[in-house]
Write a protein that binds this ligand. Structure first.
Ligand SMILES: NC(=O)c1ccc[n+]([C@@H]2O[C@H](COP(=O)([O-])OP(=O)(O)OC[C@H]3O[C@@H](n4cnc5c(N)ncnc54)[C@H](O)[C@@H]3O)[C@@H](O)[C@H]2O)c1
Length: 342
């Protein structure tokens, strides 16, 4: 018979907007057990008490840290608290799942990666989209060369809300798209530039347009906003053979593959028409959908139990923070190109 001792004991901090989704998923998994939830907000704790009467609640993060039974901590507090909470957890030999972005600067992210290695604990970042079955499908297609040589990728992540106070739209929204594109291409951008403007709150950009240059002449563009009439979460990949569109808002036809392209006309006597446009079928691949958040939570627990490196580990989190840092620098300097990491 399975007992609690066979399960990974968890603590969690930050039960605001996103935290309840993580809490729901972790409480549904077999191999873990949520012991304590922490939040400074009374209402958040009341919600936990009413929905999960078996889970203890506290306003003190130290209650999680000081509990020797807790093996791993889930951090879904505001980004500004990620470094402090993750560092304390790791220093106390606890595995950490921290929401994106890992930290708000490069030295803090580097410090967490170093500490996690030193303490031999798992550090995983909530780059949710790396666990999305549709992204997995796109990655397979790219690996199988179905799209041909990748020319460029662009994505849009816009909506009205959630407006943040501690970080701008770039830091809040772009981690998803940066991690998607890096995951698909299996490479990091070398150069970035970004522009953005603050319309609602002084100094906090509501809208940002980010450009990234990857090796092999691949470029990527990401449009980010919490001040937009549409809710769009879409990624378009243009390859030499085919083009694919991932629409995260379309649950029945998430990916469409367009057999469209431009080819050289090699037939004789075709003077003046050396380039031919190709129009073919549009295919909607079948995707076996599982909630990406469930896969992400399950992966964290699997990595702890089987001593595996998380897919979105601290190094992955650090890479995204480096892109964000350079993009922020560009944004504050009128959009000039900045080498990634500078
Ligand atoms: N993966 C995703 O798709 C996704 C979506 C939304 C948010 N997020 C991330 O989740 C995290 C939380 O975002 P949110 O939208 O839920 O924010 P939120 O402000 O709604 O919730 C944060 C919670 O943390 C609590 N908190 C703040 N300081 C605390 C402290 N010192 N001790 C204990 N609790 C404290 C707040 O009271 C609040 O309940 C952020 O890192 C955000 O980037 C991820």
């Amino acid at each position: 018979m399975e007992t609690r001792s066979d399960k990974v004991t968890l603590g969690m901090v930050g039960i605001g907007y996103w935290g309840p989704n993580l809490l729901r998923n972790f409480t549904q998994l077999d191999k873990c057990w949520m012991k304590i939830c922490c939040d400074i907000d009374e209402k958040s704790l009341k919600n936990v008490q009413s929905q999960y009467p078996g889970i203890k609640t506290t306003k003190q993060y130290s209650d999680l840290i000081d509990d020797p039974e807790i093996q791993a901590i889930i951090i879904s507090a505001p980004a500004i608290k990620h470094y402090e909470f993750a560092k304390l957890a790791i220093q106390n030999n606890k595995h950490v799942f921290v929401e994106k972005p890992l930290t708000l600067n490069i030295p803090d992210a580097e410090d967490l990666v170093r500490l996690a290695k030193e303490k031999n604990v798992k550090l995983m970042v909530g780059h949710l989209m790396e666990y999305h079955p549709a992204i997995e499908k796109l990655k397979q297609m790219i690996q199988n060369n179905e799209l041909g040589e990748i020319y460029y990728i662009y994505s849009q992540r816009v909506n009205l809300g959630r407006i943040r106070k501690d970080e701008n739209a770039l830091w809040s929204l772009a981690p998803h798209d940066i991690s998607i594109i890096m995951y698909l291409l299996e490479s990091e951008p070398v150069m970035v530039n970004a522009i953005g403007k603050s319309y609602i709150q002084d100094g906090i950009e509501d809208v940002a347009f980010l450009n990234m240059t990857f090796p092999n002449n691949i470029m990527a563009h990401v449009q980010l906003s919490w001040l937009d009439p549409h809710k769009i979460r879409m990624t378009t990949i243009v390859g030499s053979k085919k083009m694919a569109v991932f629409n995260d808002m379309d649950t029945s036809e998430m990916i469409k593959v367009y057999d469209k392209g431009v080819e050289n006309n090699s037939s004789p006597g075709s003077f003046g028409e050396s380039l031919v446009l190709r129009f073919g079928d549009v295919v909607v691949p079948y995707i076996k959908m599982v909630e990406p958040l469930r896969l992400e939570c399950q992966h964290f627990i699997d990595c702890i139990i089987n001593d595996k490196q998380p897919r979105s580990d601290g190094i992955d989190g650090l890479k995204v923070v480096k892109v964000l840092h350079s993009a922020q620098k560009s944004l504050k300097n009128g959009g000039i190109p900045i080498p990634v990491g500078e």
